[in-house]
Design a protein around this ligand. Structure first.
Ligand SMILES: Cc1ncc(COP(=O)(O)O)c(C=O)c1O
Length: 300
């Protein structure tokens, strides 16, 4: 199974910041056209483990626009696994085969061979119960289970490979968007103690502090909780304007749910004097650009 991360490069932003601060963006979005960004890292050791244990099917969970669902479907297609997506929202059952239904995430996943089971929001909350998993096994046979968002110990192991030795030497700060916390946990684990790892939660709630701490003993990290813009998949006009301006200035496409919020936060922190003079900042582009195809967020 070939999982090579040779496409990821650090690109300096062509933007002049005050105090000789420099920002580079690690283009993890370029790792793979469909298994992009942190998904590539999170799936790598899971797929190797699934293959070694002779599983033929991957099963996972997600919402209707989930980057993780898109990536698992693509990875299954590329590496020869059947895939099953347990999707939040039973109302989608009737829509998925309707030609007028606009949801590139699910349509592309379906084209890659993913089978879906749509469940209600209340069943979805219960999705990890033993009883529900047993029901799924009864329905689909044996499968390798990948959790929602893809975070588990093997995912954290894969995310340790995001930072290179050169990154450890060069950067004072490494910044990363946070959903479930697996990606930043891997980055923290492979960072040097004198580096500071900043996490930008894409959603509200202080549970992420504990979620991340379960994967690492290190303390050189901090969450920046003020840039979720109202919560998961919520946006503000200022955020959407920032994402559009960022593309105009850099020619780098980002999305407003994860990387957009992180960069919005980094720029705001720079303007507010958070970073010392001469800081070298590495911002991780965690991909997820497939989400932009859904056209959910528009500048008014
Ligand atoms: C594009 C993108 N960036 C960042 C994240 C956050 O990663 P994690 O869930 O590991 O915190 C996600 C979601 O999982 C994502 O889809």
């Amino acid at each position: 199974m070939r999982f090579e991360a040779s496409n990821s490069v650090n690109q300096p932003l062509p933007i002049q910041f005050a105090n000789n601060i420099r920002v580079f963006i690690k283009r993890e979005d370029l790792l793979h056209p469909q298994i992009s960004g942190n998904k590539f890292r999170k799936l790598k050791y899971n797929l190797i483990a699934a293959r070694q244990a002779s599983y033929h099917t991957l099963l996972t969970f997600g919402g209707a626009y989930s980057n993780h669902i898109a990536a698992v479907a693509a990875a299954g297609h590329e590496f020869g696994f059947s895939t099953i997506g347990i999707i939040r929202g039973e109302e989608l059952v009737d829509k998925i085969n309707d030609n007028t239904f606009h949801n590139p995430t699910l349509k592309l996943a379906q084209q890659q061979g993913m089978r879906f089971k749509f469940i209600s929001r209340s069943d979805y909350r219960d999705k990890t119960s033993l009883k529900f998993i047993e029901q799924l096994k009864h329905e689909f046979g044996e499968f390798y289970l990948i959790p929602e968002g893809g975070t588990n110990a093997l995912a954290v192991q894969g995310c340790r490979e995001i930072l290179t030795e050169q990154d450890q030497q060069q950067f004072d700060y490494v910044c990363c968007a946070v959903g479930t916390g697996g990606t930043i946990a891997g980055i923290i684990e492979s960072s040097l103690d004198q580096q500071m790892i900043l996490g930008f939660p894409a959603l509200k709630g202080d549970f992420l502090q504990t979620e991340i701490a379960q994967w690492t003993q290190k303390t050189n990290w901090q969450l920046m909780p003020d840039y979720h813009c109202g919560g998961y998949a919520k946006t503000t006009p200022a955020l959407l304007q920032f994402v559009a301006d960022f593309y105009a200035k850099t020619n780098i496409e980002i999305e407003p749910i994860y990387t957009g919020k992180m960069l919005f936060g980094i720029f705001d922190l720079i303007n507010n004097g958070f970073f010392p003079t001469n800081s070298q900042i590495l911002a991780i582009h965690t991909g997820g650009l497939q989400g932009n195809l859904n056209n959910r967020f528009k500048l008014s």
